[in-house]
Design a protein around this ligand. Structure first.
Ligand code: ZN
Length: 530
């Protein structure tokens, strides 16, 4: 046996029960071929082995962001970030600045708009028209479920009144029936977004390369991508052919309630497409929206009387589609935020038998009776503790206000679901929240964001420990497909990270700036600290 890459003199956390800790590992052709002591691994090295000696290096399996939107993030992330902008005044300043930068007439794009910035008001484009200046503006809300247009963007898109779409999306109008500029859910957003000039494929691939490099630099080696279809697979294949794909990607093709038979057949036919680093045998569906806008599907209505309807107008059809993809051997992820939504998805999975293959995304307010079903029914819980950043412990935030005090105790209960024995997969939902997993480590353990004044934990769920959080980003993510990943063991893909300290036990105060010394994807160095 020989090796093309070896790491020695390090401290490894392997997640391999047979050898939980080690000093060194060897890699050949993208696969880990040996794990053990430095002396054992040095035996395997010869003239062609690149040997990296890492005293002070703490190796873990590479982190997998269990829920993200790579191409969307690469594109939307080009615009102005309104992350942590809590007032319209500040937002207007940023819009004016951006208009000066891009000039009149250009599309002013933004993302991560926080509902709190509206201060409880309904959106109307007149709030931002002056600041957005001469030209169209389209700004995504933080969850990407709503977007806000200015008057000029509405004009260019020819939108003059209420319009509803097959997926439940709609153009919001005021009492006079005039569009306010608020675009609720995907198809409504597309009605405006599709009027933007499109970038060339080369330009778009360049953005994706940048987004991958940014993720490698914070220890991410893989993602479960939760949107897109044929064009996403083509982009992944093009990047791989050019030797530029530096993330392992489980691609979930997006299934919309309005998809017709031809579209479904097209997705089903892609099941066995794969590259070295990507797969196409997963789908993503969405049974509801988000709590903040009243589109989450709830057992009892929210404070505004909303929450009674699913995103699939006909839930029976949702169950049929689940059965179809299940029978075809697909892995299914369904976005379900409200308690009713989670229950319905669990029921749909139970009807076919998840067999550990299927999962639910977000699960933002599930009571204990629902929490315990995940383990019992072998459904993975895909959660994003970093989303606690928009909730306040005093319940003054839009999410808590909508949901009502009596239900806020079950806010994002990742620790409680973990305690039931379920497989909890962690991620960011980037560009919804920053992808830096170190922020996820902080939030999972402290039950709050790092950049808030009120340091009380949010909700009643127990926090995750550092080791559980690491498992949620590694071995649990790999468990979804039953493959050998997520561990540092012989036969596992050579995806790993060298940190400046043990990320599973370092204090939350230190985790945010924990050095990422080396990131290896498929046996190749994708990031190395200077
Ligand atoms: Zn998402």
């Amino acid at each position: 046996m020989s090796a093309d890459l070896a790491i020695v003199d390090a401290s490894l956390r392997t997640f391999d029960p047979a050898l939980p800790h080690a000093e060194a590992l060897a890699v050949e052709d993208g696969v880990i071929v040996a794990v053990g002591s430095t002396a054992e691994i040095r035996e395997l090295c010869d003239g062609r082995t690149e040997v990296l000696s890492g005293p002070g290096w703490h190796l873990t399996p590479g982190l997998v962001d269990g829920h993200q939107h790579l191409l969307m993030g690469a594109q939307i992330g080009r615009g102005v970030s309104f992350d942590r902008v809590h007032t319209l005044e500040r937002m207007r300043d940023l819009l004016r600045e951006e208009r000066r930068r891009i000039g009149p007439g250009a599309w002013l794009r933004g993302y991560a708009f926080e509902y709190a910035a509206l201060g409880g008001r309904d959106y109307h484009h007149s709030l931002l028209d002056e600041a957005a200046g001469p030209g169209p503006m389209l700004v995504f809300a933080l969850d990407l479920h709503t977007a806000y247009a200015n008057a000029e963007a509405l004009r260019l898109a020819g939108i003059t009144g209420r319009r509803e779409f097959a997926d439940g999306s709609f153009i919001v109008v005021n009492d006079e029936g005039r569009p306010t500029g608020e675009l609720r859910e995907m198809a409504a957003i597309a009605a405006v977004a599709d009027h933007q000039p499109t970038a060339s494929p080369e330009e778009q691939l360049g953005w994706v390369r940048e987004a991958m490099a940014g993720q490698n630099s914070v220890g991410i080696t893989g993602i479960h991508n939760m949107d897109g279809g044929r064009e996403t697979l083509e982009a992944l294949a093009a990047l791989e052919a050019a030797d530029q794909l530096n993330l392992r990607v489980r691609q979930h093709s997006w299934i919309d309630p309005s998809d017709d038979e031809d579209t479904l057949r097209d997705v089903l036919a892609r099941r066995d497409l794969r590259g070295r680093l990507w797969t196409a045998n997963s789908v993503k569906l969405m049974i509801d929206g988000v709590i903040d806008t009243g589109t989450a599907w709830l057992e009892e209505p929210d404070a505004h009387g909303d929450g009674g309807a699913p995103m699939w107008p006909d839930p029976t059809r949702y169950r049929e589609v689940v059965r179809r993809f299940h029978n075809a051997g697909f892995f299914i992820a369904t976005h379900a935020i409200g308690d009713r939504a989670v229950r319905e998805v669990l029921d749909a999975y139970a009807a076919v038998g998840s067999a550990g293959r299927h999962r639910i995304e977000h699960i933002e307010a599930a009571p204990p009776a629902l929490q315990s079903r995940f383990r019992a029914e072998a459904v993975s819980a895909s959660m994003q503790p970093v989303h606690l950043r928009w909730l306040n412990p005093d319940l003054s935030d839009p999410w808590s206000q909508r949901l009502g005090v009596h239900r806020c105790g079950h806010a994002m209960p990742s620790g409680d679901i973990w305690t039931t024995g379920a497989n909890v997969v962690l991620g960011s939902d980037w560009p919804v929240a920053p992808y830096d997993p170190r922020q996820g480590f902080f939030a999972a353990q402290e039950r709050r964001a790092h950049d808030v004044n009120d340091r009380r934990p949010i909700g009643a769920s127990r926090p995750l420990t550092g080791l559980e959080t690491l498992a949620g980003y590694t071995v649990n993510a790999a468990r979804v497909d039953g493959g050998p990943g997520g561990r540092l063991s012989v036969g596992a893909p050579a995806d790993f990270v060298a940190w400046g300290d043990d990320i599973a036990s370092v204090s939350t105060a230190d985790v945010l700036a924990l050095p990422v010394l080396l990131t290896v994807v498929d046996g190749r160095i994708a990031h190395r600290a200077e």
